[in-house]
Design a protein around this ligand. Structure first.
Ligand code: GLN
Length: 454
């Protein structure tokens, strides 16, 4: 979407000069990163892939980005997304779709599809995404890379353009669990500018030290819900998941069947809650405060200005969410839809809590029902698109940390499938250690990449 070549070269020479002077360098000195374009940076535009923000330049950088650049990272560009983060395919963008590096006729997933594709294509080692209901994990899975959604409150949301504030989190997408841990160790922590960021130094994420011993999973307990073998799965993808479980077992993991009794309601509850919050958050795009205003005759009223600006500025999916969200918050429907969704959210969180209380280190599921789908395949059927999130929205509703790691390839099309690990709140240190070992066990010769295919 935008490439900051001059800025990147300038920053790189500054870091070279620091190094030459023998000054201490940050843990990410000189590491190029890409940032999803709904995360503010004080260079270039912040568009959210929306016409509504055409020309908008943020005067400040998000706390998460600032912490990475303070550690020496260099932002080389902003990446494509579904408009305001609403979508699962990166097709709802005013700039057009991003393509999957494994197969250019397929989607990279969404909404952080640009960040996942940039990492999978080898453009950057680390990219930032945002995850409201799966937008880091699902594209990471469909592009064969690692994505981590932190516990809600782990990473400051200051400077992340709000979609659904009770769900949104910034997190890393990278080629390895180690790189995700490094980025999180820098980004995490309380921020006075985000009242929902938490102060939990005792749960801090540390960078993972290199460990060249062959990994095993002795003593690790995974709970696999029956949902993981649902009718919605692509059979070949399910085969990859089933084989991965056998490999993890062979490496010493205990794999238990568990129930998440309310998991079937997660997609519905998520789309009610996320749309409700979005309808409120997106009210700020009024043609006055941010971005683009419609051109109007001098005689136009304020009402006409708002209407024209919003009609022209928002794409079809964003309008659908605003209408759905406004509807479920209308008095008369509020109890029936919004409060019911909040109750389901509570039950879903309790289901996960019981699984952890019974001794599971992580709940293990596929990250998606199938591999990357062809461009356009789900674009005209919003419910099909929403069903793509069946495995990811639960952790979001419960505020839990979750990682998507490469499980293996669907052989017929040579496309990656992701495995998702969901852990107890603030349990990222253990989650990342287990995820690192899972990747080592599943890919002893290294994680496959799209480059090897060509
Ligand atoms: N696909 C989900 C949605 O459209 C999740 C998006 C996200 O996590 N930002 O809302």
């Amino acid at each position: 979407m935008s490439v900051f070549d001059e800025h990147a070269l300038e920053r790189a020479s500054e870091i070279d000069a620091q190094r030459a002077r023998g000054e201490p360098l940050g843990p990410l000195a000189g590491v190029p990163i890409a940032v999803k374009d709904n995360i503010c940076f004080d260079h270039g535009q912040t568009t959210c892939a929306s016409r509504a923000l055409e020309g908008y330049r943020s005067p400040f950088a998000a706390t998460a980005v600032r912490r990475l650049t303070d550690a020496g990272a260099i932002v080389v560009g902003k990446t494509n997304l579904d408009e305001f983060g609403m979508g699962s395919s990166c097709e709802h963008s005013v700039f057009g779709p991003t393509r999957n590096p494994w197969d250019h006729s397929r989607v990279p997933g969404g909404s952080s599809g640009g960040s996942a594709a940039a990492v999978a294509a080898g453009m950057v080692p680390i990219a930032l995404g945002s995850d409201t209901g799966g937008s880091i994990r699902q594209p990471a899975a469909l592009c064969g890379v690692v994505g981590v959604k932190p516990t809600y409150g782990r990473v400051s949301r200051y400077g992340l353009v709000a979609y659904a504030s009770s769900l949104d989190q910034i997190g890393p997408i990278a080629g390895s669990v180690e790189d995700c841990a490094l980025a999180l160790s820098v980004m995490q922590g309380v921020d006075p500018r985000d009242a929902t960021s938490a102060d939990r130094p005792a749960d801090a994420i540390e960078p993972i030290a290199d460990d060249h011993r062959a990994p095993d999973l002795k003593g690790v307990v995974f709970g696999v819900p029956s949902l993981a073998f649902g009718a919605h799965n692509d059979p070949e993808a399910e085969g990859v998941f089933a084989r991965a479980i056998e490999t993890l077992r062979a490496a010493g993991a205990e794999v238990r069947e568990i129930e998440l009794p309310h998991a079937d309601h997660a997609v519905a509850a998520y789309y009610v809650i996320a749309s409700a919050e979005a309808s409120s958050n997106l009210a700020r795009y009024d043609g006055v405060r941010y971005g683009r205003r419609a051109e109007l005759p001098k005689s136009a009223t304020l009402e006409e200005m708002y209407t024209r600006t919003r009609t022209e500025g928002f794409g079809a999916e964003v309008k659908r969410r605003i209408m759905l969200g406004t509807h479920v918050l209308t008095s008369g429907y509020y109890d029936a839809y919004y409060l019911t969704a909040l109750r389901a959210r509570r039950r879903i969180a309790e289901d996960y809590a019981s699984a952890f209380a019974a001794g599971c280190d992580a709940v293990l599921m596929p990250a998606t029902p199938g591999p990357a789908f062809p461009l356009g395949a789900k674009l005209t059927d919003p419910l099909m698109m929403y069903a793509e999130d069946v495995y990811t929205v639960g952790a979001s509703l419960a505020g839990l940390p979750a990682a998507a790691v490469p499980a293996g390839l669907v052989e017929s099309a040579r496309l990656p499938i992701g495995l998702q690990l969901v852990a107890p709140a603030w349990g990222e240190a253990r989650l990342l250690d287990v995820a690192r070992r899972v990747v080592g066990v599943l890919h002893p010769r290294g994680v496959p990449s799209p480059q090897a295919a060509t």
